[in-house]
Write a protein that binds this ligand. Sequence first.
Ligand SMILES: [Zn+2]
Length: 345
Amino acid sequence: MMILLGDFSTFLFISKVNSILEMGENMKHRLLIPLLLFVIVSIPNLIVDAEDSNHEARLKMYKDYELASGVPWYEIAAIDQYERNTYKFKEGSDKLKYDTISIFITNERWSGPENPYYYDNDSYTINLFGGIGKDGNGDGVADINNEEDVMYTMVEYIRSFDTFKEALNSYYQQDQAVKIIEEIAQLFKHFDTIVLDKRCLPVSKRYSYSFQDNYGTARSWGGARSHEGIDIFANYSTPVLATAYGVVEIMGWNDYGGYRIGIRDIYNTYQYYAHLQGYEGDLKEGDIVEPGQVIGYVGSTGYGKEGTSGKFPPHLHFGLYKYDGRCEWAFNPYPHLRRWEKEEQ
Ligand SMILES: [Zn+2]
């Protein structure tokens, strides 16, 4: 999801400007130059996923906690990333609460559901009422507004279970959330980084292709439904490329999509590739892919029982879906495809 300048950096920027405007003339000039530099240096980063910043500080924190707790950094990082992906879809949380991490623990869970003190910060009574809140920075207070305390609480929570999966099941109680967090952890571990934001077009620019914005137009086959994707027309056998770092969630036949592949990236985004002629090599569910990797070939399969082909001109149907913590919804890939196309020039 594209947002120009995340809420957080906007806030930082505005507060910088405000504090400079309140200063004397001399100070203004001395500070406006660094401010201008700050703006110029920031420009290439303006068009980024808003939730995707502050990598260095985040990674350092994950590694510090791994060292202190033994919980692998990529497990901590995956929970934090999932929370970063979903925070803005939660009620009443339009901006991140902490400087570095995105983990959001409710007061009920922190203090304990039966605790009469909704904002309890006393480890003893929190524990007594079944809350999970802990004091991580050793100041004697289990403070839900302190990110060290929140991070420590989450890591201790994970540590109290035999496996990461059990901890996730208990915390989220949602199969989809658990699966996605495990996939994010797998990607972070495999690539040994949390910077996995590279994208590319699903067809190579060395082949001829064309697409228009046909998202949301009506479909005839299989009853009334709207078109949840973009059709990229290309010749049979044109290689189809993974658009992002991701895990292959689904492969196989579907009566609508023919031979299709579904891949999930670290942003809870699901990329759906349909009507393929076939798959690349021995690609299978659970495999990890990277942007530009060949995953299959353009075909015209679908609209019937397995093997049906040729009911329409060959094309790649490309869909994007987002899991927001509760449900999964389609969004229009068109502006993204055009942007990735431009970035490859
Ligand atoms: Zn389509």
